[in-house]
Design a protein around this ligand. Sequence first.
Ligand SMILES: Nc1ncnc2c1ncn2[C@@H]1O[C@H](COP(=O)(O)OP(=O)(O)OP(=O)(O)O)[C@@H](O)[C@H]1O
Length: 572
Amino acid sequence: MASRDLRRLLDGVALVAREATRGTSLRDVLRSALLATTDLAGLTRGTPRRPPHPPGAGPLPATESSRPSSVVYFSHDEATASPQDHALERPPPAQEAPHPARTQETVRTGTTASVAAEPAAVAADRPEPAAPPPDPSPLPQQAPPLASAAPGEKRRRLRERKVPSTPFTRALGFAGLGAGLAWGTVQESARRVMYGTPVDTEGKRSALSPFLSDQNAERVALALCRMRGAALKVGQMLSIQDESLVPPPVLAALDIVRQGADVMPRKQLNSVLDAELGPDWSSRLRSFDYEPLAAASIGQVHRAVLKDGSDVVMKIQYPGVADSIESDIENVRLLLTYTNLIPKGLFLDRAMKVAKQELARECDYVLEASNQKRYKELLCDSDGYNVPKVIDQLSSRKVLTSEFVPGIPIDKVAQLSQETRNYVGCKLLELTIKELFVFRFMQVVACANRDRTGVLEMSRRLGFLTGEEPEVMLDAHVQAAFIVGVPFSKPGGHDFRANNITHSVSNLGATMLKHRLTPPPDEVYSLHRKLSGAFLACIKIGAVVPCREILFQVYEQYNFSDGHSDVESSAG
Ligand SMILES: Nc1ncnc2c1ncn2[C@@H]1O[C@H](COP(=O)(O)OP(=O)(O)OP(=O)(O)O)[C@@H](O)[C@H]1O
């Protein structure tokens, strides 16, 4: 046995001995300090939640039958009574009647638009090859339960926890996480001294620091779900990246953050509704379901029925998140820097600055409502998209009410037929390209045509390059641009799973990080999120998409004279 191994063994024995004599009490002390900190922050006394009994799932078991429904009904006479005072009743029969909004199934893409996943309804719109018959696999009538996970995916037990809503309680939450991570690192280091550094499936020794153990990665993910707000949003952005950017154990743990946040307690929810819509908000509703349909990063989504019987969803913003964007992002930045989670040289400062601006806009639901209306208008002539109508009388800066549109999350599309996956992939790419054209991002065309001079010229105009870069940087930049253009470069379907573009781009990353002279322009971060979001979704669902045809269809039909003359010249 090598002397290094012997030393490691002795170190390990010494550590175990130390742990045996005083480790337990140290652990207890640390644990109670942690509990005190996180309790102060309102983070640890969560109540485990049981999913609601799904409609049509048969009679409730005897032990469950006494559980009250989460739906509260408001009678006309008691319109101004506080919702907590109402007795919980079973739904009246009228509630079960199918609503017109339920006649079409949609796939939610994470944007305000949903892609209709009913092939028959849009067959005429579908690109060649001709659409096969509709997929027989039934799509669920209701949105899947909160925090549903694919087989093999880590599942998190849902908890109800108060959102830490003041800068002080949020700072405490991060402090608690920092302490937890430090403790996790000590444990992992001790484990490595005793058992050696973990080895991955390919037999390579893990290059990860003890900071990035599975437990610590999970600790971060769970803390983000408790914190919600900007912190969780950044976690969700990272979770859709691939393994070339974010280490695999971190990605696996971040799966948790995409399943949704912890649930805000009823009292906190009511106080937001009272403050935003007035204490008589319930007088405008027939019923409200306190079981959230989704607990997103900035708000919680609940179903409700209007007085006229229309099915709606109300997105209710967590209290305090809008005011803590700045400090949350700073804390996440500290965390990322400390853990080396993101490769150096990615101009994190610029990315964080843009994230702050984007998040501030996302917290303004008045803006989101007006964008949603505009989006609905823009897409009204495009088949296959459904943008929910905004209900103005129940919307405000922190509450956004829109028509209910049933559907399934984009991740679940991977389990549907190849035809449906291709169709959804087509619709996603079509939407992305339309958005890119509106944003004047004509570089895509040069990338698709492998036009080196065009790529370099437009990259300079867009501020990607200064013109002073060494040849090696220009080559890497053009190669990366061509790789991004690969899906658009040849006619016929592009198989996203068979050609992992993100891998190829990240191989060029090292050169670009070393020789880049200027960070990319601010708007590029948002555009990158959009394009890479669409690509990653197509890779994940395994779609084959005729990207070039979609690109040129949009390109040829776009009206460049409509205030976009600068784009026309740069596209030429
Ligand atoms: N009109 C709707 N009909 C049905 N379900 C909806 C509707 N709007 C939102 N949802 C559900 O709520 C989830 C979150 O809503 P949305 O996509 O608007 O939030 P988000 O922008 O992701 O939230 P956040 O910015 O807080 O992370 C959706 O994925 C969907 O499950």
